[in-house]
Design a protein around this ligand. Sequence first.
Ligand code: SF4
Length: 285
Amino acid sequence: MWSLAEIVRSCADTGLSFPETVMARDSERSGMDPRSIREIMDSRLVDMERSVKEALSGDPRGKFVGGDAALMGAYGAGHTPLSGTFAVEASRIALAVSTYNASMGRIVAAPTAGSCGILPGMLFGFGSAYPAPRERLVEALTVAGGIGQVIARRATLAGATGGCQAECGAAAAMGASALVFLQGGSPEAISHAAALTIKSIMGLVCDPVAGLVEIPCVKRNGSLVALGAICADMALAGIRSAIPPDEVIDAMRSVGHSLPESLRETGTGGIAATPTGIRMKEALL
Ligand code: SF4
């Protein structure tokens, strides 16, 4: 059974770190040696970094989206942001990468294309605020991957099956856990950061205007980095989810199954069904 509790227990039993445990378990399952797995994670980080650079250096545009990252950058440069400089920088990166996805640019689906800005926003936002050795960022990406694996196996990562909680919610949970790792949190804190995030996002619907991964997707990427960051801080402060993390993920699956079809990527409910959303869709026809 895929379980965060098992990973945490294994860390305690073996003395391995959270990412080492994820790699060891992956190695057992795949037959690949841990060094090869580490190299793969490193190459994913390289791809992610390239995506961030390309997204920030251009002015990507979709059908309906574009320019939000530049606005956030200008705001961050000229103000003391209410949510803190880390959150604003992470949001800027997330907006840029997510918009780059809408313009068919290079992205790393983490875990999906629709949520592709959140994890790079949190990892590289952290890297710019608190320079970390590359090896540490690779391990943080592995932590995020380990959390994503458990969510995928116990619930889903597909908006069409579980709503946006399964895409952007999972990405924010993965990022929150990665941040806790980067800040030296325990395996238990890493798993609870994911649970705290998922509980705060539970039930989030998938409602893309005109069926395009643009509205509300890009701005969700830009805002959920902050949710993940505060949940990481809560976990680092010693706050724990009263409901065990695995049970939280199971509840997310159950909520996803309860969502009507109109709120699972069909573009027929929620924001997509507003008068403006419908007009935007009709303008494309
Ligand atoms: S609203 Fe739907 S399409 Fe957009 S990011 Fe969320 S799950 Fe993906």
